[in-house]
Every structure is written in C-alpha cells, then in structure tokens.
Write a protein that binds this ligand. Structure first.
Ligand SMILES: NC(=O)c1ccc[n+]([C@@H]2O[C@H](COP(=O)([O-])OP(=O)(O)OC[C@H]3O[C@@H](n4cnc5c(N)ncnc54)[C@H](O)[C@@H]3O)[C@@H](O)[C@H]2O)c1
Length: 259
C-alpha cells in the first residue's frame, strides 16, 4: 500500500473510539498497519473491522494501558501480526465523562481523594511510561516515532482537575526526556496537546448543551470546536517522515485557545 506511512506498523492506544479511532483509520489509509487497543473487546473489534472494511490492515488487542502485562501483550502483537513496530501513539486517557463513568471525581488538590489521584495517574501517565518502557526496545532497528497525548490543560492552571493536569504535564516532561535520550538512535518523541475536541470524553460535560458548545466555539480564535480529525492530521504529520527534524516538542492543536 502507498501513503505517507507505507510499510510502518503503529500501535495506537485507546483507539476503539474518539481521537484514537479516527487516527487509526487515517494512519491505515496512509498505508500503516495498525494495532488497535482499548479497554473493551467490542470497541476494538469494531475499530479493526472499520479499518479492514476500508481496505486497510489492522489487528486488535483489548487491554488496560495501566497494566504492564497488558501493555506487553499489545506491543507483542505488532511483531506477531505484522512483523515490526515503528510508531507508538499513546492516546488513551481518562478525564471528564470518562472519569465520572468510573466513579472518579476530578477535583482540586484538597478535595481529590488519594485513590482518585492514583487511578488518574495510573492511566494517563503510567500508561504512557509503560508503552515507552516496553515499546522502545521493540522498535524496528531501534528507530521509530512516539506520539504522546497531553492536553492544553498541561499548559495552564485548572481549578478542579488537578490530577488530570498533573498527568498531562508529566506527559509533556516525559516526552522531552524521551526525545533527548533516544534521539540519536533514531527515536523521535513529541506531545500533542488537544484543545476542546468533540468526543465522548467531554460531550456530556463541556459540550452538553448548544449554549455551552456555542460559548466554547465563540471563545476560540478559529470559532469552532475541534474534531478528532484535527488531531489525527497532526498525529499523521508527526508520525511521518515529513516531521523528521521535529522532536521533543509540545504542540497544541486547539484552534488558538492557548495563543
Ligand atoms: N476530548 C478532548 O477535548 C480532549 C482534550 C485534551 C486532551 N484529550 C486527550 O485526548 C486523548 C483521547 O481522548 P478522546 O477525546 O478521544 O476521548 P475518548 O474518551 O473518546 O477516548 C479515549 C479512549 O481511551 C480509552 N481508554 C481509557 N482508559 C483506558 C485504559 N486504561 N486502557 C486502554 N484504553 C483506555 C477509552 O476506552 C476510549 O476509547 C486522551 O488522552 C485525552 O485525555 C482530550
């Protein structure tokens, strides 16, 4: 298959829905073979089927990014199914509606429970660490691309989501360290900081009414809410050779919200 990612194999975490799913579909259209990962088998199967139905190649492994055994199973599938690993896209994360569904309260430091703090850290930060720890040694010829997902919440203070902002800030700092440590062996690592993106994560919280949608859109310089496709296009650029001189960077994709 031709395309910007022809011949590459990508693992994309949390790609059963939302930004990860759209990136998986775009990467596959650009020639990459995809390992889809998410928590539930149903969303993984659906995502894999959608890629194959569009003429792409994909396989799926359900698993929790915070579980070291699951992470190694997901990564091993890249070699087992497609013979190599080139791109690790750490997209999975929890916040807002996702945390609510899990009974986790996003709160300020004083009011956040120690348990909730730890669970958010486990998924949003330790998950990224685990995929890098076990994934970098598997990269094809030691070379490859890491894309990590933070948030514009990492770039400014937030009143009531301290654990979330701390994990995303941690992702930014970890990514810089990955870039300077493994750059000379041919590994590039960059962080995407999405702004407000229309996915399940925030639909029932930040985008629950037309009034809140309009307020967020009109408060954003480009005058609209972001789409998963906006993020996927940036991720594709960072995954491709077009960005071969870009590493260690933190790139906001937020319609100008942090400008
Ligand atoms: N939507 C936004 O406005 C926004 C803004 C800034 C940052 N982000 C970040 O973008 C990333 C993608 O979020 P999204 O908007 O697509 O949300 P989403 O909730 O639609 O998708 C996240 C996916 O990650 C999966 N996931 C959660 N925990 C997991 C785990 N432990 N193991 C494996 N998979 C897991 C979920 O099941 C889900 O499919 C997240 O890291 C999120 O923090 C989102």
């Amino acid at each position: 298959m031709s395309g910007q990612l022809a011949g590459r194999v990508a693992v994309i975490t949390g790609s059963g829905r939302g930004q990860g799913l759209v990136a998986a579909q775009l990467f596959a259209r650009e020639g990459a073979k995809i390992i889809v990962n998410d928590l539930d088998q149903e969303s993984v199967t659906k995502a894999v089927d959608s890629i194959i139905a569009a003429g792409g190649e994909a396989a799926g492994v359900a698993g929790d990014v915070a579980n070291a055994d699951d992470v190694q199973r997901v990564l091993a599938a890249a070699k087992e199914k497609f013979g190599r690993l080139d791109i690790i896209y750490n997209n999975a994360g929890i916040g807002f509606s996702a945390t609510e569904r899990m009974g986790i309260k996003m709160d300020d430091t004083v009011n956040c429970t120690v348990e909730d703090w730890q669970r958010i850290l486990d998924i949003n930060l330790t998950g990224v660490f685990l995929f890098c720890k076990f994934g970098i040694p598997l990269l094809h010829d030691g070379r490859g691309v890491i894309i990590n997902t933070a948030s514009i919440a990492a770039l400014k203070g937030a009143r009531n989501a301290h654990a979330y902002t701390a994990t995303k800030g941690g992702v930014v700092a970890l990514t810089r360290s990955l870039a300077v440590t493994y750059g000379q062996q041919g590994v590039r690592a960059n962080t995407i900081c999405p702004g407000v993106i229309d996915t399940e994560m925030i639909q029932s919280v930040l985008l629950s009414s037309n009034a809140t949608r309009d307020a967020i859109a009109s408060g954003t310089p480009v005058g609209r809410i972001g789409t998963p496709r906006d993020i996927a296009e940036l991720a594709l650029f960072l995954a491709s050779d077009a960005s071969s001189f870009i590493t260690g960077q933190t790139i906001a994709c937020d319609g100008g919200a942090t400008a």
